[in-house]
Design a protein around this ligand. Structure first.
Ligand code: SAH
Ligand code: SF4
Ligand code: F3S
Length: 449
């Protein structure tokens, strides 16, 4: 426990923290929760490493590139640490969980390695380093994360993320996430409702429920509950306007859940459900548990019940053995489904996963060319789809000033399009109707009606 009588700990001089986070939304939320804890302990956040007493990186291991970035950031801190040995450098999150002790060997100036389920103990771990000058390794595997959220710390006042299930049991053959995030553990409905209620009471209008594999929400809880049950309960909360959830897995996405989505007014017409590939033999080797045909049928069903639903996907190009014909099938799937947007990744072998035993036999320039091809294709589709919205009115939750032009406002539609328009600050946090008159592949432009 934290010894509050400790004089160093009380000294505000030691409480400036620099925090950088990599990886997925769940990692970003963990970073927000960690910072919330530190702020409650009196830390202030600084945006330059040389103003910090504590430098923390919340890391990602999903692709080699993500890890290389962190190691290069850490390497760059060597001279700072030589000049100021009292500064604490910490590695948190997925790469900490995966590489553990070996991070100290590779980067001896790192003081703290803290895994994916230990961040709730950050203040105490930092204090131990401060007091005893030791390296601290904290990667306990089976601890359930319980963080009392300080709702005031979120970056966007009107929109918040809420984790409802941690970990993943799917073991897709290419993916490191189940190894670094551990087994699936769901939070109870009352626990989630309490957090959402507190967020809503403090002004939040839209929540996005998070899980690596969100459709299996409820598995392992003593009460028999599903994601649909949770959505129904949250839909009844006064003051909450919109609910989203990510990420859906096609094999675990039930038709029942689609029906529930269609009847709950606050659940947005938005589904992030990665297809990963359009080729059945690649999907099989990825151990995804569905075929492209199954995926197509699921989307048809969703569109039948929720006509304007926007579907987003992830794709991996250059998975071991991916032929031109396999890749053509991915192109066909993309052309036929016409996704709202897609994230496209070049396959990156991850040690310890099943796919790492297969030869990484697609040359990097082919991976790059396939990546570009899919990006271009999706860009064209997004532009064409967005053009269909010209002359139409869309409902926008206004998030704040536009990043590109601070004289304008920016917000999102229920389908998750970004909309930029003129309007006074009094609209921030409100739902407004905007008439669209111009679009790009990424943004809609309009005027308030
Ligand atoms: N739980 C989510 C996200 C997992 S990671 C899901 O299942 O969709 C986000 C994306 O990274 C994945 O959807 C996948 O497209 C990509 N990804 C995962 N492992 C990868 C690897 N080894 N190489 C390249 N991309 C990968
Ligand atoms: Fe990784 Fe598959 Fe789990 Fe997603 S569902 S986190 S891709 S193992
Ligand atoms: Fe990366 Fe960990 Fe998320 S590996 S994608 S930060 S769960």
């Amino acid at each position: 426990m934290i010894d509050s009588s400790n004089s160093i700990y009380k000294d505000h001089h030691y409480k400036a923290v620099f925090f950088e986070t990599f990886g997925c939304q769940m990692n970003k939320l963990d970073a927000e929760l960690s910072l919330g804890l530190l702020q409650e302990e009196g830390y202030r956040i600084v945006d330059k490493v040389d103003e910090a007493d504590v430098i923390l990186f919340n890391t990602c291991s999903v692709r080699q590139h993500a890890e290389d970035k962190v190691y290069s950031h850490l390497g760059a801190l060597k001279t700072l640490k030589k000049r100021h040995p009292e500064v604490i450098v910490g590695v948190l999150g997925c790469m900490a969980q995966k590489d553990g002790e070996s991070i100290f060997k590779r980067m001896p100036h790192v003081d703290l390695v803290c895994g994916t389920r230990m961040f709730s103990r950050l203040p105490e771990l930092i204090l131990n380093i401060r007091n005893y000058g030791l390296h601290v390794l904290a990667i306990d595997e089976d601890q359930v994360v319980h963080v009392k959220r300080a709702v005031t710390h979120r970056p966007n006042f009107y929109q918040a993320f809420v984790t409802i299930i941690r970990g993943c049991d799917n073991f897709c053959s290419y993916c490191i996430v189940p190894y670094v995030r551990g087994r699936e553990i769901s939070r109870t409905i009352p626990d989630i409702k309490e957090e959402v209620q507190a967020l809503v009471s403090s002004g939040c209008k839209e929540i996005t429920l998070l899980g690596q594999n969100i459709n299996t929400y409820g598995k392992g809880l003593s009460e028999n509950v599903t994601l649909g049950d949770l959505l129904s309960e949250l839909n009844d909360l006064d003051g909450l306007e919109r609910i989203r959830f990510v990420t859906s897995h096609p094999a675990d996405m039930s038709r029942d859940l689609i029906r529930t989505m269609s009847r709950l007014g606050k659940v947005c017409e938005h589904l992030h459900m990665p297809a990963q590939s359009g080729s059945d033999q690649i999907l099989k080797r990825m151990r995804r548990g569905y075929t492209a045909g199954y995926y197509r049928n699921l989307i048809s069903y969703a569109r039948e019940l929720i006509p304007h639903i926007a579907v987003a996907s992830d794709f991996i190009v250059g998975f071991p053995g991916e032929t031109d014909e396999d890749f053509q099938e991915t192109i066909r799937l993309m052309e036929d489904i016409r996704f709202h947007n897609c994230f496209i990744f070049k396959y990156s072998p991850r040690t310890g996963t099943k796919a790492a035993d297969l030869e990484d036999d697609v040359a990097d320039e082919i991976k790059r060319a396939r990546n570009m091809r899919l990006l271009e294709l999706q860009k064209g589709i997004s532009l064409e789809e967005n053009k269909k919205l010209i002359g139409r009115e869309v409902q926008v939750l206004v998030e704040g000033a536009s990043k590109a032009d601070s004289n304008k406002l920016s917000g999102r539609t229920r389908q998750n399009h970004i909309v930029v328009f003129h309007g006074s600050r009094e609209f921030v946090g409100k739902l407004v109707d905007v008439l669209i008159h111009d679009v790009t592949d990424l943004t809609l432009y309009g005027t308030l009606t």
